[in-house]
Ligand binder design. Structure first.
Ligand code: ADP
Ligand code: TRP
Length: 325
């Protein structure tokens, strides 16, 4: 099974990224039957980040974060999207079979515009570039958070459209892999945790900063002695994400029985976050001092990725009638 996924380097990785995506990436690479490709989606990120130095730094950080969180360059191919420029070429070919209506229905684009981001063509065509990322390695499965479901549907539609025009088996039609139990991790304000909403708990933030963020989680004014609501309660949802399944009944009682204040629960959550990421945080500090190692991993990864995509690109250029074949 060929697995592929990417994360945009638009900011520091947060626990939503971990539970929605990276934890699955790490688990998938452990199965020897899988061939995993994971990349830093920097060409996607220029749709919103216009400072080159910032983007380059972010890309490095995300790559180092990936490695610290357990993505193993010996088991997975790790690369930076812009080191594989063929992706942009395939995106152009795909864009010529993508109906405008398909992109106009995109939730992610509509949400971004509604949030006040000035739309540009890149943002509008984002799903086409994402389709190219996936189709170029002939991925079977794409592990993502629930919010990416529509992008995967669009990828399938685009692949089918291309195959209908140019030949049935050319592009492999992929499927998403979504973990239902941690569909969407909420941020400190209760909305979906997202770098673009400024409501994240960063995995590698210094301890004092992380503490401040956890303490800022929005809660209601239920008195300490009373049972606390569980539905729509951000702190409850976050504790559930971090508590091992076997211990959840005990933690749940903190809410349903009353007597425990939100402050105490927040301290518990902070402890769980630090425990969960202790090893990764240490490894991340080491990688910060070793830029050349991280760069080497990315360079090697892009070379390996370009080997597998060369056949797909040759096929696509041939059927479209582009270049020498
Ligand atoms: P962000 O919304 O912070 O910019 P990205 O869009 O870069 O995050 O998402 C990277 C990966 O993490 C995607 O697979 C996405 O589905 C997943 N992800 C992001 N935020 C969450 C969340 N709050 N809950 C679950 N998964 C998430
Ligand atoms: N759009 C994805 C996100 O915002 C990131 C991404 C880009 C991606 N290309 C991809 C994810 C290809 C999976 C496969 O999270």
């Amino acid at each position: 099974m060929r697995i592929l996924s990417g994360v945009q380097p638009t900011g520091k990785l947060h626990i939503g990224n971990y539970f929605g995506a990276i934890r699955q990436f790490v688990a998938l690479q452990r199965d020897p039957a899988n061939e995993c490709y994971y990349f830093v989606a920097d060409m996607h990120a220029i749709t919103t980040i216009k400072d080159g130095r910032e983007l380059r730094e972010n890309s490095f950080m995300v790559a180092a974060d990936f490695i610290a969180l357990g993505l193993d360059p010996a088991r997975s191919v790790l690369y930076r999207q812009s080191d594989v420029p063929e992706v942009a070429e395939l995106a152009w070919m795909l864009s010529t079979v993508t109906p405008m209506g398909l992109l106009q229905r995109g939730h992610s684009y509509k949400d971004k515009v509604a949030k006040g981001i000035t739309p540009n063509h890149g943002l509008f065509a984002y799903p086409v570039l994402m389709a190219a990322d996936i189709l170029i390695v002939r991925a079977d499965r794409v592990p993502v958070g629930k919010d990416q479901k529509q992008h995967l549907e669009m990828t399938r539609d685009i692949a089918v459209a291309f195959n209908q025009i140019y030949g049935d088996e050319l592009l492999r039609v992929p499927e998403e892999l979504i973990l239902p139990e941690v569909a969407v991790v909420p941020g400190v304000d209760g909305q979906k945790m997202s770098k673009s909403y400024g409501n994240t708990l960063e995995i590698f933030a210094p301890e004092a900063e992380l503490k401040k963020r956890v303490m800022s989680i929005v809660t209601d004014s239920t008195p300490v002695a009373d049972p606390k609501p569980t539905r729509g309660n951000t702190l409850y949802a976050l504790l559930k994400v971090f508590t091992p399944a076997g211990q959840w009944a005990g933690s749940k009682k903190l809410f349903t029985e009353g007597g425990t204040g939100y402050g105490e629960m927040k301290k518990k959550l902070l402890g769980l976050i630090l425990d969960t990421f202790r090893e990764a945080r240490t490894r991340r500090e080491q990688l910060e001092q070793d830029h050349s190692y991280v760069e080497g991993v990315l360079r090697d990864g892009s070379e390996r990725a370009r080997e597998v995509i060369s056949k797909v690109m040759t096929d696509c250029r041939r059927v479209c009638g582009l270049g020498w074949v």
